[in-house]
Design a protein around this ligand. Structure first.
Ligand code: NAD
Ligand code: WQD
Length: 342
């Protein structure tokens, strides 16, 4: 039986794209997902892209007995990419216990399994949300983390502390946390992409749903920020570029190139774009109008953030390649495909 990579949350947005890149790189993948925020049909769409349907187990990773059972059953796991988590910032404010339980128990169950069953490597989904509003931009990995704006963001900061403390006393187990900036876009096939449940919280799915006629108009949350056009700035990273960074991180550990048994890297483009720039570029690229209005700032939003990517570029030998225009076009192609728009 060949060695396998466990991808938790692998039918989700970023996980499914990473499974495609792993399979394209020759890895044998098994997905664990409880389908709390994704659909089983994603497996068929992954197969349509790569020709390989990944092995799949459906269970809740925050259940320690079920997770232990999985490791007993799948004894050839050589590395884990851990995407599985709840990620809705607003919901986390309303349901803090669910978020702490789900996101932290899942991680701790996996780490306990790695120790018990001898799995040596983990890549973890972290987030630039751990920086809060940085005092200095672009933000580097040495920028001190700030108080999280939400319980969700706090689960990422606490998870990083868990990985750091676990690594101190488990020198034979390696982990790499990737601090994602704002993942956007979809695979060029338009067979996988972001499928927000209900009203999208995030900007780009709201734009594409407005362009598709599902939403009347986009509300732009504030144009009184200290930015060139007054709207907030983010670093939008193409989801395929982001997925490739996970393959690079896994190989870094499998080839013993990591410099410590706990590392963390920014994963962004290094470019910041404002909300208004995204809207205008989307309209230019697609030729589709997007109605919008300026409203007040959204509670908890930061003003501006973009990554200093030099450390990851150098150490990982990885760099984002897709342009903003290609990325926005891929998001629109995905939206049209799922809505049956020609
Ligand atoms: P997603 O919701 O599409 O994928 C997460 C997957 O995990 C879903 O398929 C869900 O069903 C599954 N899941 C959740 N809890 C589980 C559990 N207890 N057991 C088994 N499966 C479980 O989210 P995504 O956008 O693909 O994000 C993936 C990871 O990246 C998450 O950890 C998220 O916090 C992190 N992240 C996302 C963003 C973003 O903007 N999308 C930014 C930074 C970090
Ligand atoms: C981007 C910009 C909004 C929607 C969030 C989480 C973060 C991570 C990524 C999980 C902001 C503006 C948005 C809309 C708008 N998720 N906006 N109208 O807030 O940077 O990050 O998603 O890890 O943890 O905090 O992303 O896409 O929600 O917003 O004007 O309808 O677009 O104010 O400036 P954000 P976003």
């Amino acid at each position: 039986m060949s060695k396998q990579i466990l991808v938790t949350g692998g039918t989700g947005y970023i996980g499914s794209h990473t499974v495609v890149e792993l399979q394209n790189s020759g890895f044998d993948v098994v997905i664990v997902d409880d389908l709390s925020n994704s659909q089983i049909e994603v497996l068929d769409n992954i197969e349509k892209i790569t020709g390989i349907k990944p092995a799949f187990e459906k269970f809740d990773l925050s259940d320690s007995a079920l997770t232990d059972n999985f490791f007993k059953q799948y004894s050839n796991i050589e590395a884990i990419i851990h995407f599985a988590a709840y990620k809705a910032v607003g919901e986390s404010v309303q349901k803090p216990l669910e978020y702490y339980r789900n996101n932290l128990n899942s991680l701790m169950n996996l780490l306990a399994g790695m120790k018990k069953y001898g799995v040596a490597h983990m890549v973890f989904s972290s987030s630039c949300t751990v920086y809060g509003q940085p005092d200095k931009l672009p933000v580097t990995e040495s920028t001190p983390r700030k108080e999280a704006e939400s319980p969700y963001g706090n689960t990422k900061a606490i998870a990083e502390d868990i990985l750091r403390d676990f690594a101190r006393v488990n020198k034979d187990i390696n982990s790499i946390a990737l601090r994602y900036f704002n993942p956007v876009g979809a695979h060029e096939s338009a067979l996988i992409g972001e499928l927000p449940v209900g009203v999208p919280n995030n900007l780009l799915p709201f734009i594409t749903q407005t362009a598709a006629g599902l939403r009347d108009e986009l509300s732009i949350f504030g144009d009184d920020y200290d930015t060139p056009d007054g709207t907030a700035i983010r670093d939008y990273i193409n989801v395929v570029d982001l997925s490739k960074a996970h393959v690079v991180a896994i190989n870094r550990m499998l080839q013993n190139k990591n410099k410590a048994n706990y590392e963390y890297f920014n994963v962004g483009t290094g470019e910041g774009y404002s909300v208004m720039q995204l809207v205008k570029t989307f309209i230019e690229v697609t030729g589709v109008d997007v109605k919008y209005k300026i409203v007040g700032r959204r509670e908890g939003d930061i003003e501006k953030i973009w990554a200093d990517t030099s450390y990851g570029n150098k150490e990982l030998g990885w760099k984002a390649e897709k342009t903003l225009e290609e990325t926005l076009a891929s998001a629109w192609k995905w939206e049209k495909n799922i809505r049956g728009i020609k």
